[in-house]
Design a protein around this ligand. Structure first.
Ligand SMILES: *Cc1c(COP(=O)(O)O)cnc(C)c1O
Length: 427
C-alpha cells in the first residue's frame, strides 16, 4: 500500500496522524497510519479486540494522562488530585451501578493485573486453586507455569465434557472435594456458553472456598444484561474494560463490601503504583456508554451475529464447539475442512479475516498446529455488522478454508472482505 493509499484508508476509519506527531516523528506516524489502514481494510474477528469509542479515546488522550495519583480518592499520596479523585469516583460509582456491585476498583492496568490482585487479596503463595485448565480454555493467569499464577499457586484444572464440550460441574465438585481448594475460578477465554455462576457458588460453599469469576471476556455482555452476572455469586469478579465494553485497555475488579479493603490494598500498594488516571477517565466514559440503549443494541448484534456466524460455518462443514454459542464467541473445529488451526489463521489473515487459531479441548493436533479457530463478533458488531453480514462472513471463512489453497478463491474472498471492511469502517 502506498503512503497516500494508506492515509486514505486510515481516514476511512477516522484516524489521521496529528500534525504534532507528523512533525516530531514521521517514522512512527507512518507506522500508525499503516496500522489504521490495515484495520480499515480487514475484519477484526479476534475475540478480545474491539473498536474503542471516540469519546473514550478523547478521555485517554486528555489532561489526566499527566496526573500522578497514588492511592485512592481522598487518600492520595500526591497533591492536586481533587479532579482526579472526582473522575475516579465517577468511574467507581458507574461500575458499581452498572454491575450492581457493592464495591468496584477501577485501577488495574489489565485483566491479568486484576487477576493478580484478586489472588493477592484472597490467597497466600502455595494455596490450592481450582480453575479451568488451560487446554480447555482457561487463561494464562489461571495456572500457566509461564505465568505468576502457575508459579506461586498450586493449580488443579477442571475441563469440559468430551462429547458436548460443556463445563462438567460434577467434575468440578469432585475435584473440589478431593483437593479442597482455597479458591475456585469460574470462567475462561474461549468458552462460548453462559457460565452457571450459581452452580459454581454452590460448590465453593460446599468446600468453603472463595469463588473468583474470571469474566474479562464477557464483561460487556453482563453490562448489557445479555449474559448472567457473576457479581451476585462471586467473592471477586475480574472484568476487562477493553473487550466488549469498548473502553480503554484495562481491568476492573468488583467485589463484596466485606472484601473491599482487601481488594483495594491488593491493587495499590501491593501490585501497582500510581493509577493511570487517563485510563480511569476512559473507563468512566465507557461505563457510562455501556448503560445506553445504543450499547444494548450493539451487544444484541454481537450475540445474534455470533449465532449466525456459527450456524453458517456449520453449514459450511466446520464444527462449532458446543453446537453454537450464547455469547460473542465462536470456537470452531476446522479439521473437517482439512486444515489445521494455524493454516486456517494464515489463510484467513491473507484474505483480511483476522481471527485466531485455537487449541480445542481434547485436541489431537500438536499445540503448535491446533485444530481450531476462535472468532469474536465484538469489533464488527461495534462497526454496525449484524446477522446477515456475519452469516456472509461465516460463509467466506468456510469457503476459503475448504477451497484448497487456490489463489483465485483467496483473491475473490479477499476482495469481498475489503468491500465489507470499507463499508463498515466508519462505524
Ligand atoms: C482477556 C482475558 C484476560 C487477559 O486480559 P489482559 O487485559 O490482556 O491481561 C484474562 N482472563 C480472561 C478470562 C480474559 O478473557
Amino acid at each position: 500500500m502506498t503512503v497516500t493509499n494508506a492515509s486514505q484508508a486510515a481516514q476511512a476509519v477516522g484516524w489521521e496522524a496529528p500534525e504534532a506527531l507528523l512533525r516530531a516523528d514521521p517514522e512512527l506516524a507512518d507506522l500508525l497510519t499503516g496500522e489504521a489502514a490495515r484495520r480499515g481494510e480487514s475484519l477484526q474477528l479476534l475475540a478480545g479486540e474491539n473498536v474503542t469509542s471516540a469519546a473514550v479515546l478523547a478521555a485517554l488522550g486528555g489532561p489526566l494522562i499527566d496526573k500522578y495519583a497514588e492511592g485512592y480518592p481522598g487518600r492520595r499520596h500526591h497533591t492536586g488530585c481533587s479532579l482526579a479523585d472526582a473522575a475516579e469516583l465517577l468511574a467507581v460509582d458507574r461500575a458499581e451501578r452498572l454491575f450492581a456491585a457493592d464495591h468496584a476498583n477501577v485501577q488495574p492496568r489489565s485483566a491479568t493485573s486484576a487477576m493478580l490482585a484478586a489472588y493477592a487479596a484472597l490467597l497466600k503463595p502455595g494455596d490450592v486453586v481450582l480453575a479451568m485448565s488451560l487446554e480447555h480454555g482457561g487463561h494464562l493467569s489461571c495456572g500457566s507455569r509461564a505465568n505468576f499464577s502457575g508459579r506461586w499457586f498450586d493449580f488443579i484444572g477442571y475441563g469440559v465434557h468430551e462429547q458436548d464440550n460443556l463445563i462438567d460441574l460434577d467434575q468440578v465438585r469432585e475435584l473440589a472435594k478431593l483437593h479442597r481448594p482455597k479458591a475456585i475460578i469460574a470462567g475462561g477465554i474461549s468458552y462460548p456458553r453462559h457460565i452457571d455462576w450459581a452452580g459454581f457458588r454452590k460448590i465453593a460453599d460446599e468446600v468453603d472456598a472463595y469463588l473468583i469469576a474470571s469474566a474479562a471476556q464477557v464483561t460487556g455482555l453482563v453490562a448489557a444484561g445479555a449474559a448472567p452476572s457473576p457479581v451476585p455469586y462471586a467473592d471477586v469478579t475480574v472484568a476487562a474494560t477493553h473487550k466488549l465494553l469498548r473502553g480503554p485497555r484495562g481491568g476492573l475488579l468488583l467485589c463484596t463490601a466485606e472484601l473491599a479493603d482487601r481488594v483495594d490494598r491488593a491493587v495499590f500498594p501491593f501490585t501497582q503504583g500510581g493509577a493511570a488516571m487517563n485510563e480511569v477517565a476512559g473507563k468512566a466514559v465507557a461505563l457510562a456508554q455501556a448503560g445506553t440503549p445504543e450499547f444494548g443494541a450493539y451487544i444484541r448484534r454481537a450475540v445474534d451475529g455470533a449465532r449466525s456466524l456459527a450456524a453458517a460455518m456449520e453449514r459450511g462443514g466446520a464444527r462449532p464447539l458446543t453446537g453454537g454459542t450464547d455469547t460473542h464467541l465462536v470456537t470452531v473445529d476446522v479439521s473437517p475442512l482439512g486444515v489445521t488451526g494455524v493454516e486456517a489463521e494464515r489463510r484467513c489473515a491473507a484474505a483480511g479475516l483476522m481471527l485466531g487459531k485455537c487449541a480445542l479441548p481434547y485436541d489431537p493436533a500438536p499445540a503448535a498446529e491446533t485444530s481450531g479457530i476462535r472468532l469474536g463478533t465484538g469489533a464488527v458488531a461495534a462497526q454496525g455488522m449484524g446477522e446477515s453480514e456475519l452469516t456472509e462472513v461465516g460463509e467466506l471463512v468456510t469457503s476459503l478454508l475448504s477451497g484448497g489453497a487456490e489463489s483465485q478463491v483467496g483473491a475473490r474472498i479477499g476482495a469481498r472482505v475489503r468491500e465489507l471492511a470499507r463499508a463498515f469502517a466508519g462505524g
